[in-house]
Design a binder for this molecule. Structure first.
Ligand code: SAH
Length: 234
């Protein structure tokens, strides 16, 4: 097994079917990755299985209590006898990116904590050393989708997980910029023809054309990515 991933959530049913499907499912069947989902509620000790409480200082909503999250992290550390890299899904984290995914794909053990409500008690971050990661500047109702996004982006980068490793390199962001436009059959669709050059069989010219198209679109839609691409080539 190359990577073990634990996920702590109040909604295991939101995570489980997805990680059993498609590429994540196959990566697990092939024994390359193991993804284990834990219900946060099973780390409560009181009879009401309380996971949240009112915020100190007042204000709307509820906050996830520190004890169950802390116990979940300790439990996972103990029974796997490894020191996972702990990630807290959070809109206040640094932005997740393809670069971060490549970094996570090098790890042996990741542990994702999914927040809910108004978020988690701040002391969980201090005590577990969790790294806060965000998937974008918007608010989700919970960390489940964010964890799934990061898990999927990471696992597909582990060598052997995708059928064709080369496909990773032609994807957007691998070189910093977008990937090229893609066409498949039929050659003419609704009167629109596939660009002639793609049928030429001249690989050098095709590469040049793809690079140019990719750069044009990146410059138009996300100009700030081009400086990243330039840095990477230097
Ligand atoms: N009150 C918090 C937001 C809580 S949203 C704040 O203002 O920062 C509830 C939970 O959803 C968070 O604890 C986090 O786990 C998850 N979440 C929401 N938006 C997210 C995002 N953009 N990226 C990652 N996780 C997010």
């Amino acid at each position: 097994m190359k990577l073990r991933i634990d996920v702590v959530t109040l909604f295991p049913q939101a995570i489980e079917p997805y990680v059993k499907s498609a590429i994540l499912g196959r990566a697990q069947e092939k024994g390359m990755v193991k993804i284990k989902v834990h219900n946060l509620r099973s780390f409560t000790l009181d009879r009401y299985r309380t996971v949240d409480d009112y915020p100190f200082g007042g204000g709307p909503g509820m906050v996830l209590k520190p004890e169950p999250l802390w116990r979940a992290v300790k439990f996972i550390e103990n029974y796997t006898s490894s020191a996972p890299r702990v990630i807290l899904t959070s809109p206040q984290g640094s932005l997740f990116s393809q670069k971060k995914a490549l970094e996570l794909a090098q790890e042996k053990h990741l542990l994702f904590l999914c927040g809910r409500y108004q978020g988690v008690d701040e002391r969980v971050i201090t005590l577990t050393g969790a790294e806060e990661l965000s998937i974008g500047d918007y608010i989700l109702s919970g960390g489940e989708l964010a964890a799934l996004v990061m898990i999927e982006a990471t696992v597909r980068l582990i060598p052997g997980v995708l059928g064709d490793e080369e496909s990773i390199k032609v994807d957007s962001f691998y070189q910093g910029e977008f990937g090229p436009p893609q066409f498949t059959r039929p050659r003419v669709f609704q009167g629109l023809e596939v660009p002639e050059i793609l049928l030429s069989g001249n690989h050098a010219l095709i590469e040049e054309w793809r690079k140019r198209k990719a750069q044009e679109k990146t410059a138009r839609v996300r100009p700030e990515l081009l400086s990243v691409a330039k840095d990477r080539q230097e």
